[in-house]
Design a protein around this ligand. Structure first.
Ligand code: FAD
Length: 472
């Protein structure tokens, strides 16, 4: 009997529910198929860095599977619709009887999977899906009235109770099968998609690298996470988002590693703060399932649909290129453009700046982020943008508007982060780093750095007016 594991956003062999299930019958022949869909990825604005990262992760996972005697095939077609035909003919060609896959929760992905299950059942292939990319499945953390929580804190509290009642277990990597290791591996051809290289020092590809980073983080960095996580100049966060977004790492592996190093993390230990971030990740995914319109460019708070955005292309370009004249915003955008990753505090600052200083539609920012981020993930990205734009559930209230200068002063006091990314400001003294033009004027220095494109006070006023007009 032949089993197929359809690999998608779960590029690992350890703790992979569907792969583990596909291998449970020791006598089955197990095949793995990955289907690249460049036109679909383009429509979803997937970044060339993420495409490159997925490709190198795929090469890594192919080698690991080959060690176990399992071949991984990769086939390319246009989009999700075409991928169903690819899947079907692969099953026919290899006489597959059972197909195993891990759920994805975005609407296009869910529609594709429903169609795939139907088509496969027509040719007598039994499909089985698994909730693998989350600690707890969507719909399992509900209010007393069995509704999805709209506010994070009570969601998190109930979530922790559920974890106390029973931790989701990690499953093992497949055992070596007959014929292992494989001598010949199917050819992997790079996707027909723009590739952009990823900094291998920051984001080395492969499961082993991800697990090593997780271990290092939980042994050392996590203890000071509370103090350091808001300081972009410090390497104080896990930088695991890319592995979680592509499924090179599972959240269960994160949870168990954390509890192995810090058993008290679930009982009020200081390391809980990090686990709580993983719970934010869960919150946004659970929301996507409860409110699929979030995948369709819809705000959570309906009245915010009426905000009249000022879509000024010159402002949008200045923001994208890190030329707004606000040093913390510009340094952050340079980090994004160069690395494909941005520190969480900075994501909040630049998102707030785009929406509430430039009054540009948050969906423009959301899409630009996706096109750059190596860790781009619809649920977390949408959640983050809707939070910043005050259009989301449990979002910042619309009248709370970050002042980009004071945010810089609070979180990059001496300008260490700013100077790393904006060499033009190297000579500006610490006390002026957040307002370099004032210093330059006083000292008759010419800076190779743009003047602020908007006046924050004025912009704030306009934004409040625009939101208030929409709310009426
Ligand atoms: P850590 O601080 O080490 O956190 C551990 C893990 O928890 C992260 O890897 C991530 O998986 C999860 N996490 C942390 N913070 C959040 C959060 N606020 N919401 C959801 N999950 C979180 N995260 C993405 O993975 N992909 C995105 O596309 C994305 N876009 C964002 C857009 C905006 C506007 C904002 C404000 C946040 C966004 N985030 C996104 C969330 C967060 O900024 C990143 O997950 C985090 O910066 C990744 O760095 P880290 O792995 O070092 O995080």
């Amino acid at each position: 009997v032949t089993h197929l594991f359809w690999m998608r956003n779960d590029l690992r062999i350890h703790d992979n529910y569907a792969l583990n299930a596909a291998c449970r019958n020791a006598d089955a022949r197990v095949l793995v198929l990955f289907i690249a869909t460049p036109a679909q990825w383009k429509a979803h604005a997937m970044s060339p860095r993420q495409a490159a990262f997925i490709f190198s992760s795929l090469q890594d996972v192919q080698r690991s599977l080959a060690e176990k005697g399992i071949p991984l095939h990769s086939v390319e077609c246009d989009d999700f619709t075409a991928s169903i035909d690819v899947l079907k003919s692969f099953c026919q060609q290899h006489q597959v009887r059972r197909m195993f896959y891990n759920y994805q929760y975005e609407v296009n992905e869910r529609d594709r999977d429903a169609a795939a299950e139907r088509e496969l059942s027509d040719i007598d292939v039994v499909s089985q899906g698994f909730d693998d990319s989350l600690l707890l499945p969507p719909g399992s953390v509900l209010t007393g009235n069995r509704d999805m929580y709209k506010v994070f804190t009570p969601f998190s509290r109930t979530f922790v109770k559920r974890l106390h009642a029973g931790l989701p277990e990690c499953v093992s990597a497949p055992a070596a099968r007959a014929g292992a290791p494989l001598r010949d591996m199917p050819v992997l051809t790079p996707f027909n998609y723009p590739f952009e290289s990823v900094d291998e020092n920051l984001f080395p590809s492969g499961e082993a690298a991800a697990l090593a980073r997780l271990r290092h983080f939980c042994q050392r960095t996590v203890t000071d996470y509370t103090e350091n996580r808001d300081i972009p100049a410090v390497d104080g966060t896990s930088r695991l988002s890319v592995y979680l977004a592509t499924g090179v790492l599972s959240p269960r592996q994160c949870l168990h590693r954390l509890l192995t190093e810090h058993p008290q993390a679930l009982d009020g230990g200081r390391e809980f703060v990090w686990l709580n971030e993983l719970i934010w990740r869960e919150f946004y995914r659970h929301l996507l399932v409860a409110y699929p319109s979030l995948c369709r460019y819809q705000p959570f708070i309906a009245w915010t649909r009426g905000v009249r955005w000022q879509n000024n292309p010159a402002h949008f370009t200045a923001w994208q290129q890190g030329k707004t004249g606000y040093p913390i915003v510009d340094a952050a955008m340079c980090q994004l453009n160069k690395l494909g990753w941005m520190h969480n505090r900075l994501r909040m600052i630049v998102a707030s700046f785009l929406v509430k200083d430039l009054l540009i539609d948050w969906r423009e920012g959301e899409r630009y982020f996706m096109s750059q981020l190596v860790d781009g993930d619809l649920a977390s990205n949408n959640g983050g943008w809707q939070w910043a734009a005050s259009t989301g559930t449990d979002a910042a209230p619309y009248f709370r508007i970050f002042n980009p200068t004071t945010q810089g002063e609070r979180f990059d006091r001496q300008g260490e982060f700013i100077r790393t990314w904006l060499p033009a400001l190297k000579e500006v003294p610490d006390e002026w780093i957040h307002q370099p033009h004032s210093w330059a004027e006083k000292n008759h220095v010419t800076l190779d750095y743009p003047a602020p494109i908007v006046d924050h006070k004025e912009a704030r006023r306009q934004t409040l007016d625009a939101y208030e007009a929409a709310r009426k």
